[in-house]
Design a protein around this ligand. Structure first.
Ligand code: URA
Length: 263
């Protein structure tokens, strides 16, 4: 980025961050999504049967993975996922929330799950956190029409509770297929849950942010860069952390300008 652009972007960011936040506050994030007691993994005898039949022993992940893999394009993935009955969150959610933005975007932002407003509208990141995400994008010269936005889960957990391990596991083949179909140049994991799920780690967001990871795209195995950023909902509660989010966004912008080289 040229110096002038950096200053302009910094000004934009200060508007987002608020000039009254001088001192970073101690990290505070939601409890790790995987802190819940271990639940049956997908592909075990307890795997929800998407076909509605008796759940029986199945080769690991086979059923759901095959359903997701059969989707040849985004439209097919959307309708297959919407019809999928294997995730209990579907029963309590109002709407299925698939994605927003440009399907051919270079950057794919992946959050955790819809909140109340997203559930009402059927569109990801349209509530208070989504509005902050839009301002964060604007600070590095991007808007919603230039990126692709989705979530690990398409259904809102009741009362915005943390999704359980089994809810995440049963939907994982869909987000993996989603990434493979969008073919982004890079993935941005928005918040700790998305970062942990995509990187298959229990490390917290404070350790995961601030560096680049290599993400192996399902099917091809092709590595693409992945960066984790602090979740805008967290930044709304902890505005002192916006400085760290800014650092990550600038790194994303810089790598994008360099053609987003594969790791
Ligand atoms: N938080 C998320 O992670 N995703 C949304 O779509 C909204 C809030």
């Amino acid at each position: 980025m040229a110096a002038g652009e950096t200053i302009a972007a910094l000004r934009a960011w200060q508007m987002v961050a608020g000039a009254d936040e001088a001192t970073p506050e101690p990290p505070l994030d939601r409890p790790p999504a995987r802190a819940a007691p271990p639940e049956p993994a997908v592909g075990t005898a307890a795997e929800p049967d998407p076909a509605g039949g008796r759940a029986g022993p199945a080769p690991a992940m086979t059923g759901v993975r095959q359903i997701a893999a059969a989707a040849a394009d985004l439209a097919a993935l959307r309708s297959t996922f919407e019809a999928f009955d294997g995730c209990p969150l579907k029963e309590t959610a109002t709407n299925f929330v698939f994605a927003d933005g440009a399907p051919r975007a270079k950057l794919m932002f992946i959050g955790e799950a819809p909140g109340a407003e997203e559930d009402r509208q059927g569109i990801p990141f349209v509530g208070p956190a989504g509005r902050l995400l839009d301002r964060m994008l604007a600070a590095i010269g991007l808007d919603r029409g230039e990126v692709y936005v989705t979530n690990i889960l398409p259904w809102r957990p009741p009362g915005n509770r943390n999704p359980t391990d089994s809810e995440i596991a049963v939907c994982l083949p869909f987000i993996e297929r989603h990434i493979a179909l969008v073919e982004p140049a890079a993935v941005v994991a928005v918040g700790g849950t998305a970062a942990k799920v995509l990187l298959d780690t229990r490390e917290g967001i404070m350790r995961l942010r601030g560096r680049w990871f290599s993400y192996a795209v399902s099917g091809s195995g092709a590595p693409i860069p992945l960066r984790a950023i602090l979740h805008p909902a967290y930044l709304l509660r902890q505005p002192g952390q916006k400085r760290d989010a800014w650092t990550d966004l600038i790194a994303i912008k810089k790598r994008l300008a360099e053609g987003m080289p594969a790791p």
